[in-house]
Ligand binder design. Structure first.
Ligand code: SAH
Length: 280
């Protein structure tokens, strides 16, 4: 396994006259290494230094070349390994030392990934950046759970929402409820009660199908299904773990027929009933 403990990333001092390296800002997708794009794989292979986030799975980390130092710069809830501003500076510093960097993020860098902020900082410092899109959790996890984001006659659209904000959460619940289409909440597990209360108060039926997708696209993926009105109770009863995505909308019921990925057991609201798994 890649060692990330003691890494001499300061081996090249910053100096004038050194041609700055470039930064690949890479989305690693939701966890399955087979979902890395070819561009992502090339960036991982060509980088002098890899800086990766908490959501970059162990099996993706196992693809890092042994010769390449890799630095964990992830943020877990309430446990920031490195503040975002310091991380932005670090990227500039290391690129200015002439290192080519692979900045690897879970999912897609531009979807709730602060990729835009890092790119702004790099551009302001005149560092060359190449953005490599990744499969965002909403796309990857729902596909692996057999839940289409849109489906003719069922849902004509889809909205991605973050349930977490550094300062105040500013969501127009009425607008969301009135869309009558698929809603996907990132970072929503600890906010499940609020999400369900707000959406029901804004007019969505408590019986609207809803699901947690836990550890999507990983061997231990689990889908826990139920109704919007009981999201918090469902999370508690089934001990849903992070990372988890919340999907709200009638498309959730299509998993009855479309479920295909044989991760961990998928469960419906009754608790233990297995959803049909075609590839099991
Ligand atoms: N940039 C990422 C999202 C980062 S926000 C992307 O595009 O996917 C982190 C949130 O994404 C988690 O709290 C969770 O809600 C969701 N998430 C990311 N990967 C996930 C996975 N493999 N399974 C379930 N949810 C995931």
């Amino acid at each position: 396994m890649q060692s990330t403990e003691i890494i001499d990333i300061n081996k090249r001092p910053a100096s004038d006259g050194v041609r700055p390296g470039k930064v690949w800002l890479v989305g690693a997708g939701p966890g399955d290494p087979d979902l890395l794009t070819m561009k992502a794989v090339r960036a991982i292979e060509q980088a002098d230094l890899i800086l990766y986030d908490a959501l970059v799975s162990e099996s993706i980390r196992a693809t890092f070349p042994l010769k390449t130092p890799a630095l964990y710069v992830g943020k877990l809830k309430d446990r920031h390994s490195i503040p975002q501003q310091r991380l932005n500076e670090l990227l500039v510093e290391k690129a200015r030392q002439g290192l080519n960097l692979c900045r690897l993020k879970g999912g897609d860098a531009f979807v709730f990934g602060r990729g835009g902020e890092e790119m702004l900082e790099l551009k302001a410092a005149n560092i060359e950046v190449e953005l490599v899109p990744g499969i965002t959790a909403a796309a990857g996890c729902t596909s692996y759970a057999g839940i289409p984001l849109t489906h003719r006659g069922v849902s004509q659209g889809c909205t991605l929402v973050t349930a977490h904000a550094e300062k105040a959460l500013d969501i127009n619940w009425r607008s969301l409820a009135s869309l009558d289409h698929t809603l996907v909440f990132y970072m929503g597990l600890s906010k499940a009660a609020m999400i369900s209360e707000e959406l029901v108060a804004a007019g969505l039926r408590a019986s609207t199908p809803a699901a947690f997708i836990e550890n999507g696209c990983c061997p231990q993926q689990r889908t826990v299904r139920g109704e919007l009105g009981e999201l918090a109770e469902l999370a508690r009863r089934e001990a849903v773990q992070s990372p988890a995505l919340i999907v709200v909308g009638r498309v959730v019921d299509l998993a009855d027929q479309l479920s295909w990925f044989s991760g961990r057991a998928s469960q419906d609201v009754a608790g233990n009933q297995q959803i049909q798994k075609l590839s099991a």
